[in-house]
Design a protein around this ligand. Structure first.
Ligand SMILES: NC(=O)c1ccc[n+]([C@@H]2O[C@H](COP(=O)([O-])OP(=O)(O)OC[C@H]3O[C@@H](n4cnc5c(N)ncnc54)[C@H](O)[C@@H]3O)[C@@H](O)[C@H]2O)c1
Ligand SMILES: O=C(O)C(=O)C[C@]1(C(=O)O)C=C[C@@H](O)C=C1
Length: 295
């Protein structure tokens, strides 16, 4: 057998993202020869065993990470620092710690105090997911053709970054190395704000339906339904993302509110040039994503 990227890979939190990583690694043994999964939730462990997601499935974090060459934290961003603090002392020298969290600055600040000089920390955020959660929701092709954003800290050994990139390339993803603040701004606009809008618009429609004592939601065609897909996402995960990327998210929310107000003014004033220009801009963006096979 050829040398794998990591002889032993441990996934902490085999939910949607963690189980997708494990599924891919099971199919491609050049990623890791031995797979370990840890979770604190007994029902997740039961499903991980039934789905045979890993060679070892355990509720013992220390034992799970002890032999791992790479420990990948796939828990909600609010839990990453506390799990890192428990995992790091048990990791072997030379191992790599990574996480797939959707926000960077606050996670990095939370993990930094627990880092060890002999363990490299290479966060890597895959820009791929669905509205579903848990071990049953994962699938091996989730990361194909998607970006994975690596945000290594200063002095990270280049070899550790290269191994993380190799892992994500083996997952089918493209990688980009990015500065932490830039990551948080980019994700605020392309991921966090759209989710905020989706959750909010569903609430607005539901309240209106109550007020009108009408079945308005029954008549939702595909436009509104497209919003409801991401509005079905996990509340814990998204509460953590909103609170942990507060600054960047509130900044883009302010910009969006200004742009929405401009559109409202254009509609109020019958300014058809502004209305058409705004719609055409949206159309162009959708078309360019389709041309780049991102939609
Ligand atoms: N869902 C997405 O679309 C998506 C995409 C990219 C990145 N992410 C990030 O990936 C991470 C995981 O998201 P997911 O969608 O796979 O979530 P998930 O809910 O499917 O899985 C999370 C797992 O973490 C476990 N967990 C939670 N708290 C824990 C703790 N303190 N200790 C140990 N285990 C714990 C849960 O039991 C669960 O099995 C999050 O940080 C999220 O921001 C999610
Ligand atoms: O497609 C979806 O359902 C997602 O929510 C995936 C999505 C996104 O917003 O694009 C969600 C959170 C991530 O951190 C990365 C990807």
């Amino acid at each position: 057998m050829t040398n794998p990227i990591f002889p032993t890979l441990c996934v902490v939190g085999p939910g949607l993202i963690g189980s997708s990583v494990l599924r891919r690694a099971k199919l491609d043994r050049s990623i890791a020869h031995r797979l370990i999964a840890y979770d604190r939730n007994p029902s997740v462990l039961e499903r991980a065993r039934a789905l045979e997601l890993a060679d070892v499935v355990t509720d013992d974090l220390t034992a799970a990470v002890a032999d791992a060459d790479c420990v990948m934290l796939c828990v909600p961003v609010g839990a990453i620092p506390e799990v890192a603090a428990k995992a790091l002392p048990a990791m072997k020298p030379g191992a790599i710690l990574t996480d797939v969290g959707s926000t960077r600055r606050s996670v990095l600040d939370g993990v930094l105090p627990f880092l060890r000089p002999d363990v490299a920390y290479v966060p890597a955020h895959p820009m791929a997911g669905t509205e579903h959660s848990g071990p049953d929701a994962g699938f091996s092709t989730l990361f194909e053709q998607r970006w994975c954003l690596l945000t290594p800290i200063d002095n990270t050994p280049p070899n550790a970054i290269a191994r993380m990139e190799a892992l994500w390339h083996a997952m089918g993803a493209r990688t980009r190395i990015m500065d932490v603040e830039h990551h948080d701004k980019v994700c605020a606009i392309v991921s966090h704000l759209p989710h905020l809008i989706a959750f909010t618009i569903c609430g607005t429609a539901d309240t209106l339906a109550d007020e009108m004592r009408s079945e308005v939601l029954d008549f939702a065609a595909s436009g509104f339904r497209d919003f409801t897909r991401i509005a079905a996402s996990d509340p814990t995960m998204w509460r953590d993302i909103f609170l942990h990327n507060r600054k960047a998210l509130l900044e883009v929310l302010d910009r969006f509110s200004d742009d929405a107000k401009n559109m409202a003014d254009a509609i109020r004033g019958g300014d058809d040039a502004t209305i058409v220009a705004t719609i055409e801009r949206g159309r162009r963006i959708r078309r360019s994503l389709i041309e780049n096979k991102q939609a």
